[in-house]
Write a protein that binds this ligand. Structure first.
Ligand SMILES: [Zn+2]
Length: 284
């Protein structure tokens, strides 16, 4: 949900001259409205456009700031409606009028389910006696925006909770990017397009204590491939391993030259770009 927000600009509610608490509430309400109205203009259905928080009954006509009186509108619809009553504005579109009014009163079922589960989980975690704090999508964005940080997963992780420090010293930090790659599959051999086996059965997963995906360091002292190679290994029952190094793939390395550096655990690890290098002007 959080990732989708970047393409949608939402304005209105809680300007920069209001108190932090009010502004935070504005962020939470915006998140809620984006989910509730499916990130689209409630009147014309436009997506991927700047959306405003729209009062269904205009404030000048006694409309409140309650969520049940709020929807989303693109600039064009926002201007076209102005302070008109929604029944006048949508007089030609009774179906749409009924839909907007019904949706405005509808609670967000998914959000309710998530909230209930979240609080139940929180209560149980509390009984463990370890320090725990809760965050939300709105609070994360509030913290990130207030500190002028770019939208990155690793920076969001530090902005999640109330304990996020005012000053974040992130200059020069290189994030470690970890990706779940899985442990391979259980398929025993390759099959052709109608499902008949068309290759030999898969060999043993472990060969001489090594497994495909392990990171190894090979120090080859004899033969034509002398040198030191570090990378992921591809094992063969013939003992002739391949090593995928940064410079490319090296074939035919005997297992006795290899020492394990990191056992395959279903994740890939990669260094990201150091913070200042990527964002030279925003480093703090
Ligand atoms: Zn619109």
């Amino acid at each position: 949900m959080k990732g989708q927000l970047s393409s949608t600009v939402l304005r209105g509610l809680g300007g920069s001259n209001t108190s932090p608490a009010t502004r935070l509430q504005g962020y939470e309400i915006r998140q809620y409205l984006l989910d509730k109205w499916d990130r689209a203009c409630s009147y014309c259905g436009s997506k991927e456009v700047a959306l405003r928080v729209e009062h269904i009954q205009a404030r000048t006509n006694g409309g409140t700031d309650q969520v049940s009186n709020l929807c989303l509108a693109c600039d064009a619809c926002n201007k076209a409606k102005g302070t008109q009553d929604i029944r006048v504005f949508l007089t030609d579109k009774p179906d749409l009028l009924a839909r907007v009014l019904a949706q405005a009163k509808a609670p967000l079922k998914d959000a309710t389910a998530v909230n209930t589960t979240r609080w139940a989980l929180y209560e149980r975690l509390l009984t463990l006696g370890v320090p725990i704090e809760c965050g939300s999508g709105g609070l994360t964005k509030f913290n990130r925006t207030g500190r002028a940080l770019p939208k990155e997963h690793w920076l969001d992780a530090v902005c999640v909770g109330k304990s996020t420090p005012e000053q974040l010293k992130i200059s020069g930090i290189t994030p470690l990017l970890i990706r779940a790659t899985g442990h391979g599959n259980r398929q025993k051999c390759n099959v052709n397009k109608i499902g008949f086996p068309c290759s030999k059965p898969k060999g043993a997963k472990k060969v001489k204590g090594f497994q495909t995906g392990d990171i190894v360091r090979a120090c080859v002292t004899t033969g034509s491939k002398q040198g030191i190679y570090v990378g992921r290994v591809l094992v063969r029952t013939s003992d002739s391993f391949d090593i995928r190094t940064r410079a490319g793939r090296v074939q035919g390395i005997n297992h006795r030259f290899c020492t394990p550096v990191h056992r395959c655990d279903g994740y890939s690890y990669q260094n990201g770009v150091p913070y200042a290098q990527k964002n030279p002007t925003q480093a703090t």
